[in-house]
Design a protein around this ligand. Sequence first.
Ligand code: BG6
Length: 479
Amino acid sequence: MEPATFVLFGATGDLAKRKIYPALYQLYIDQKLPSSFSFIGLGRRELTHTSFQANVEKSLLTFSRSDVKDAVRIKKFLNSFQYHVLDVDRKEDYTKLLKLVEDREAELNIMPNRMFYLSVGPEFFETIATNIHESGLGSASGWKRLVIEKPFGHDLESARQLNHTLNQAFDESDIYRIDHYLGKPMVQQMGQLLQSTLTEQDLRTRTIASVQISAIETLGVEERAGYYDHAGAIRDMFQNHMLQLLMMLTIEFPKRSSADEVVNLKSKIMKSLMPLNKIDVTQHVVRGQYASGVIKEEQVVGYTDEAGIALGSHNDTFIAARLRVDDPFWKDTPIYIRTGKRLKEKVTRIVIEFTSEGPVKDLLTIEIGPDEGITFLKSRSDLAFSDVETSLRSQLSFTKKEVNVKDAYETLIHDALLGDKTYFAHWNEVELSWEWVQPILDAYQDNLIPLHIYPAGTYGPQEANELLMKDGFHWWFDN
Ligand code: BG6
């Protein structure tokens, strides 16, 4: 791997502490960082290098994988970590930063390959990218890369505006948009796993009747009211993670794809997604918000009683939708997607239901998190309908996710350092996702879609079940 400088904006923030430092440290342990590696952390607060290193050490001791919490190694790793104060709006600060980066490159005798990781609120993306460009930080002879994480815009128009500004400073090929679902092992290995689970015959002789993609959570809005109350489940999960899961799954059928094809095929799927309009959206989308309830024996408050949520907020904490991909393979298969907060359990799962006669159901389940597994479940024709689900459930097998399993950030940061963009969101996909979602946002805005209130600790509003029942299906494994 080529030597590089890692410039982290937002170095004292929560994401850095929980995800970025543990990931970098693990890459260091696994010898997957460049041999010459310069790290410069930036933040608003005045901090000495030493106290910054002590803070990072604390977060590594708390959040890094349990088998490597070794104080001596941590110290060695942090030796090269520097910290500097930067006000994102002050142009002089970028000029100073350029000097620092160059001095450090000279000291370590490394090429000016620079990765700018923006672990800051999205409202700062444009300012920082522009200042990186104008200060000359991005004009060295080595490579330059910009790493950002969702939200990429608030709607179609703002996403386009953001991208336009970023493109003044960075080419699309240099922008790495993280969607952490693309870093999940089960998502990355989907093709391989399907190949080892399904035979050619399975694909030839069975027809896919429906697909269900669920990412349900027990957590509520937590400390993120300011962001979440303006985003809702549709922007927080659906427009990005859920549509990425849909893309990753559908491109694997009918035949497996190679990693290089991924980006192109994903856009093709998004283009084939049957568009909704503001009016017919009501037939295909269910919007929900949690009320108080009980989750795992704990009483929790309703959304509008959470700290920081606007009085009488109409924000969505749940969405279920029926989608259709208009291509020769998928055109007859409804795809149901749901995601929401304060539901009965935490699970991200894909269920593919195959057509068959009578009560016989064959299912392929892909468990993405927190446990992982892929199982092809076959039901027996002699079972009564009511026993089919019980029988299928008993066959499910997952591997409990171990504590020491790779985190998505580890894989993604490593890929970004290598320059491999396979598992990053390309602008084409992001734009197409916003295009598809925009009529739903408009319908929400105009209150064309009712907001169904569901008790916390359930699987969401009854209307989400009816969405499937109309087509003769039901959500599998809700219990
Ligand atoms: C984040 C959302 O992107 O994904 C959170 O902002 C959500 O609201 C989280 O809780 C879920 O991720 P995971 O990996 O726990 O399924």
